[in-house]
Design a protein around this ligand. Sequence first.
Ligand code: ZN
Length: 222
Amino acid sequence: MDAQSAAKGVDVVALVNISAEKWPPRHRTYFGSLAIVSPQPGEAFAITPIRGCLGVMDLGDKRTMEYRITAREIAEDIAREINGDSGEGSYHGVFVAAGDAPTESELAEARRRLEEFQRRLVAAADLEWERTKNPMFITDLERRAARQLGLEKPWLYDARPLADCPVCAEKIKHGVAVCRSCGAILDREKAAQYGLVALDEKHASRNRRAHTDQREQESTKQ
Ligand SMILES: [Zn+2]
């Protein structure tokens, strides 16, 4: 088969992606760069059409031979590469449809496999958390899996970026009662719980006074 007849052929398959994740483009010598389409919000899947290609085999002595690579071979290769991205048995929701578009049962099977993999990730994160209580050991992949499964996990929130103290604008952790930098009371109830302020002081304006008092205390100390 020459290049022309290959080009007008109908060798196209549907590479289906059910994951909202964005994949970096795939590169092959025979087609260059290919971006995998991800479903938009509200869409169950996205299709990236894959066409058959001609590969060039180097036979040595400056001789080459063209050979046909079917669309299905290429698509299966890409699906395997993406799904296998995260170690043994990993699955990221990419598969090659048997027909022009995925069937309900193909989609259901892909969802089942993706969920199974995500549950495994969450179980691994749970175990890690139990052992270390250290959010550093929870991977982004594990966090994403828990969010996609709609699970509430204590290890989901500990890596949130720092917030700004509304009083002094220093970076502070979420959920702290008192600003470490300026001493402002940020969560009165929590501060009272630890005996840092009296609970009956409820008004927001008192916050500033507690803040000032604290500074006065500091200056008397000097
Ligand atoms: Zn502050």
